[in-house]
Design a protein around this ligand. Structure first.
Ligand SMILES: [Zn+2]
Length: 241
């Protein structure tokens, strides 16, 4: 009885391995799209994309990606290593940072300032979360001072700045606004890594911010509109132009 879930996994894998036998070369398995998602939403995304062998879903708590300034000083975790590996395959065209509504992990981050330092040190999860989520909290605190003003983020160079209005219609909860600010902060963190900069500058690689609401409807951040825009059948082309 306790092996039921494991048996299901193995049976599913046996079926899937048969169905991908048409893939002839390792080139067929190289990722074209990498989605950096929160561990809470990874299962949902994987189930939506299970037939797409060219899309890889990489999960971390709170979809946090360490900034390059920590490289050499702190343990970055495997997220950045996986990102560099995917980039080095020569097939990657899109990187999507994906956050989601009601993120319980970011809720923990929001309350982490009340945690004692000893608590953080005794938990790898809390330690990692506070270390790499601190920039999001700082950003959100500044945003809270005047929520109607845009938040400015940095692109691949210090001169490349872009603005974001987080919730101009005052529609989302504080928790969801934190999650959206976090996606935008992670876009800045991803673009800080030197191994991605040449491709991001040339346009060979595109970086997107995506957010799923409580109904799992997707929103894509639009630099043109300076905010998240709900993705619909009739606006996909204009959002990606
Ligand atoms: Zn989450």
């Amino acid at each position: 009885m306790t092996h039921g879930v494991m048996k299901d996994i193995l049976r599913n894998l046996v079926g899937k391995l048969c169905s991908i036998q048409h893939l002839k070369t390792s080139q067929d398995l190289k990722p074209r799209v990498l989605i950096l998602a929160c561990v809470e939403a990874g299962r949902f995304l994987s189930s939506c994309l299970q037939s797409d062998v060219h899309t890889a879903v990489l999960c971390s708590p709170g979809n946090l990606i360490p900034h390059s300034k920590l490289y050499g000083k702190e343990v970055l975790g495997s997220e950045v290593a996986s990102l560099e590996w995917a980039c080095s395959q020569g097939s990657l065209k899109h990187v999507i940072v994906c956050g989601h509504s009601n993120c319980q992990i970011l809720d923990v981050l929001g309350r982490s300032q009340m945690q004692s330092a000893s608590n953080s040190r005794s938990s790898p999860f809390l330690s990692w979360l506070t270390q790499h989520g601190n920039s999001t909290l700082t950003r959100f605190e500044r945003y809270e001072m005047d929520r109607l003003q845009p938040v400015t983020f940095q692109g691949v160079s210090p001169k490349e700045l872009w603005d974001a209005y987080v919730d101009p219609q005052c529609y989302w909860t504080d928790q969801d606004q934190l999650s959206q600010v976090n996606v935008l902060q992670q876009l800045q963190n991803v673009s800080s890594h030197g191994f991605l900069k040449p491709q991001l500058k040339s346009g060979a690689l595109q970086l997107h911010g995506m957010w799923l609401d409580s109904r799992h409807l997707p929103y894509l951040f639009s630099k043109e509109h300076q905010q998240f825009v709900q993705v619909k059948d009739d606006n996909i082309d204009s959002l990606l132009k």
